[in-house]
Each structure stands twice: as structure tokens, then as C-alpha cells.
Design a protein around this ligand. Structure first.
Ligand code: ZN
Length: 202
């Protein structure tokens, strides 16, 4: 496909994609040859199974929709943490949603480059806070490209000041390095006394 053909295809795709998005109450559209944009649009609002107010796209878990060597469509997902127990559920959710839209695609879990909290959008951080989970601090750490080992040991030495998502107080303390899931730590606010989850930066 040359550049011109690709431009035309993209315009068609956008029109088709917006039709799908706007017609979310209508029965699923069955498309014989789904474009990558169709798949992307279908998955746009798929929520994270652990934090239902945030989409997988906002979290940065949904990485890409691409063509595999055999011509089939692949949806690339990257777990927030290797061994994240939610990945099985996420893969099932992606497959179910593709099927509901009459789309065909394979789910591929890609571990490199490793997920970083930097991939989380600003909107996602706000939604986390509103949901009662403190968003990751020092997200820009990843820009230094320091190995995870160094980052983890640094964090062990100097704990982040984590503002309370309820009252905004920075007078908080870590009560457990692991919260409701391995990617969160359990904190407690010393002002409003509310316990809360902190989404740890990686
Ligand atoms: Zn508080």
C-alpha cells in the first residue's frame, strides 16, 4: 500500500469508526474485513477490570492494533506488572468485545518495552483520584530510563509523599507495601483517617 492509498483508507476508517462509536445502542456492526481503526474504536472504552472508571487505553495497557505476519489482526496489550493477575481477565474482555462487534483479532501480550506509569494519561490520574486511589507520584522517573532495579531500590530508601485522595492532605503514611492488588500500596491519611490505595509508580 502506498502513501496515497493509505490516506484514503484512513479517511474511510475514521468515518466507519465514528459510526460505530456513535451507534453504541445499536446492534453490533458486522464487518467482514475489519480495519485496525474499527478494532481500536471498539476497544476505546473498554474498562480496566480492577479500576472500572478507567479505560485500558487511558491506563496505557492497550498498546496497539496491528497486522500479524499471517494477515490477521493483533491487539497488543502490556501488563502493568509482569504477573499481573488481571491480564487474563483483560485478554478475555478484549476477545469478548471484539466478538460482540463481529470483529476478528488475536490478543498478544507484549512485555517489552515494560509498562510504566508514564503511559497513564492525565485524565486517568484524575479519575483514579476521584475514585479514591492516589495516582502515581514521580511518574517522570521513567524518562531517565534507569533500570527497574535501581528505581525500586531508590523508592525503598525514599518513600513518596502521597497526598490523600479524599482530603488532599500530605500527612499520610504507608501501612502496607501491598494494597488490594500488588500494583498498589495501602496508605492511611493521618488527618481524615481514611485508608486508601496508592498506585505505585514504576
Ligand atoms: Zn485525608
Amino acid at each position: 500500500m502506498n502513501a496515497n492509498q493509505s490516506t484514503v483508507a484512513c479517511a474511510e476508517i475514521s468515518a466507519k469508526a465514528s459510526a460505530i462509536v456513535s451507534a453504541n445502542t445499536a446492534p453490533p456492526v458486522h464487518i467482514a474485513h475489519a480495519t485496525h481503526a474499527d478494532v481500536w474504536a471498539a476497544l476505546a472504552d473498554l474498562a480496566d477490570p480492577e479500576i472500572p472508571v478507567i479505560s485500558l487505553r487511558e491506563l496505557g495497557i492497550l498498546r496497539a492494533v496491528r497486522e500479524a505476519a499471517d494477515g490477521s489482526t493483533e491487539v497488543v496489550i502490556t501488563p502493568t506488572y509482569s504477573g499481573c493477575p488481571a491480564m487474563g481477565a483483560i485478554e478475555d474482555d478484549v476477545k469478548a468485545l471484539l466478538q460482540a462487534h463481529g470483529l476478528q483479532g488475536r490478543v498478544v501480550t507484549q512485555l517489552a518495552p515494560a509498562w510504566t506509569t508514564d503511559w497513564m494519561t492525565e485524565a486517568a490520574r484524575e479519575k483514579l483520584r476521584a475514585y479514591g486511589i492516589a495516582p502515581p507520584q514521580c511518574g517522570s522517573d521513567a524518562h531517565t530510563h534507569s533500570p527497574s532495579v535501581i528505581k525500586f531500590s531508590r523508592q525503598a530508601l525514599a518513600r513518596d509523599v502521597v497526598p490523600c485522595p479524599q482530603c488532599g492532605s500530605t500527612h499520610t503514611t504507608e501501612t502496607s507495601p501491598f494494597g488490594s492488588t500488588a500494583c498498589k500500596a495501602l496508605y492511611r491519611c493521618l488527618d481524615c483517617l481514611e485508608p486508601f490505595d496508592y498506585f505505585k509508580p514504576i
